[in-house]
Design a protein around this ligand. Structure first.
Ligand code: URA
Length: 233
């Protein structure tokens, strides 16, 4: 019994060390994968380009009006794991890439803890333009962008979908619940022709404010690692 607790504690400490606070707060904008060139089918490439165009044509949108550019996605469009956050922040708005600020640094460390990186996953957000003052997108804004993110999931067709934070959870699993009640379990969902296993977890920005919740995030990460092994992906 004692041995079990010790092993568990050591693993948890290793995880904390991996995402240590100095690294989180010593943040620099990450300028990655700008020149990525993933070979994807022309059908998938066309669908993604069309979706991007459709988003860019959105009219009378407060988010678009105030943002400097669209933030569409990062990572590998062929990945079997897709992660969805809330919406771009200041760094993402500047770079045009999701999760490149402080939350992105923590996200990269969380992915690394289960042997993943951005070449093995695909990342997007519920809304594609930065909400002014980093406010939460309104229900109306989420409703407007919902068809886009739903199509985005269907095009990527991931086997595992990770929803980070309550905005992504409320938008995509049609749930009014609080994260703490929904996280840590698998939900089977269909988006278009894509049947996928969804897991809800804490948003990295929330974990920076509430570090005590990192132990629960680690439980979720281990579930993702185990599911990945089970699905042989
Ligand atoms: N938070 C998000 O939800 N998405 C980003 O891209 C960055 C921070």
């Amino acid at each position: 019994m004692l041995k079990k607790i010790n092993t568990k504690t050591i693993k948890l400490l290793k995880f904390y060390k991996l995402i240590n606070y100095n690294l989180i707060y010593n943040n620099k904008v990450i300028n990655r994968y700008k020149n990525k060139n993933y070979e994807i089918s022309s059908d998938k490439a066309k669908k993604l380009e069309k979706l991007k165009n459709n988003i860019s044509e959105i009219k009378n949108c407060e988010l678009k009006k105030n943002a400097s550019q669209m933030v569409f996605s990062d990572g590998n469009p062929k990945a079997n794991i897709m992660l969805i956050g809330e919406g771009p922040g200041a760094n993402e708005d500047k770079e045009g890439i999701p999760f490149v600020g402080r939350a992105g640094i923590l996200l990269d460390k969380m992915l690394a803890s289960i042997n993943l990186d951005r070449k093995k996953v695909y990342i997007s957000n519920v809304v594609n333009y930065r909400p002014p003052e980093n406010r939460r997108p309104t229900d109306e804004e989420i409703k407007r962008y919902l068809p886009f993110i739903t199509q985005h999931i269907a095009i990527i067709s991931p086997k595992i979908l990770v929803l980070m934070g309550s905005t992504a959870m409320n938008a995509l699993v049609e749930n009014e619940e609080v994260i703490s009640k929904v996280r840590g379990k698998w939900i089977e969902k269909q988006f278009g022709n894509c049947k996928t296993s969804v897991i809800v977890t804490f948003h990295p920005a929330f974990l920076m404010r509430q570090p005590a919740q990192k132990k629960m995030a680690w439980v979720d990460l281990k579930m993702i690692r185990d599911k990945k092994a089970k699905l042989k992906i």
